[in-house]
Design a protein around this ligand. Sequence first.
Ligand SMILES: NC(=O)c1ccc[n+]([C@@H]2O[C@H](COP(=O)([O-])OP(=O)(O)OC[C@H]3O[C@@H](n4cnc5c(N)ncnc54)[C@H](OP(=O)(O)O)[C@@H]3O)[C@@H](O)[C@H]2O)c1
Length: 199
Amino acid sequence: MTYAIIGSGAIGHAIATQFARQGIDVMVANSRGPSSLTDMARALGPNIKPATTGDVVHADVVILAIPFGAIQAFAGSAGADWNNRLVIDASNAVDFPAFKPADLGGRLSTEIVAEAFPGARVVKAFNTVPAAKLEAPPAQAGGRRVVVLSGDDGSARSQVAALIERLGYAALDLGTLRQASHLQQFGGTLVAQDLIKLA
Ligand SMILES: NC(=O)c1ccc[n+]([C@@H]2O[C@H](COP(=O)([O-])OP(=O)(O)OC[C@H]3O[C@@H](n4cnc5c(N)ncnc54)[C@H](OP(=O)(O)O)[C@@H]3O)[C@@H](O)[C@H]2O)c1
């Protein structure tokens, strides 16, 4: 299984940190190219593989840690074939500077993301925890930090839940995108909440 993170900012760095802590190889790409990622790779260790956007579109599991508005263009990158691949959407559709949910005409941001990746199995995860908390060691206060997930493909949700647990967090499956929308989509009850599952 090959893993990739697109985006090396606050969220991409946080998730890459957990891959490095667990000794799992992960490609990381951003808009500036691999040479801009050498310091990050040096700091986090040999599991972090600086890559191009052209490389990461071929990973089995691709984690989207880029602005919502940049996802469509990334999905259409040359050579990308998304059929049956696992795409994890960590993005939030935010209206800046008001910092409110973007007006998507009643659609969920992850439904729009899923449309951009034809044939992919899309799961939303990692979007509710602020980056600094996501980057901290998942073992906290006698338990583990909770990462919630949702998606319309049950087996994809199970795979992502297993990855979340492997990274050290506690996974909480909220069901389909619609079932989870009032909890997980930006503006939802669990966004910016820091939940700990006690041991
Ligand atoms: N920050 C949080 O606490 C937080 C929490 C939950 C969810 N989120 C969501 O996570 C996503 C990332 O947020 P962030 O705070 O990590 O943002 P950020 O710090 O600004 O980082 C954004 C990253 O995306 C890359 N990028 C932008 N456009 C790209 C493109 N077209 N192709 C390839 N890479 C591109 C940037 O590349 P360069 O480095 O080359 O500029 C950068 O590495 C957003 O959707 C945000 O809503 C953020």
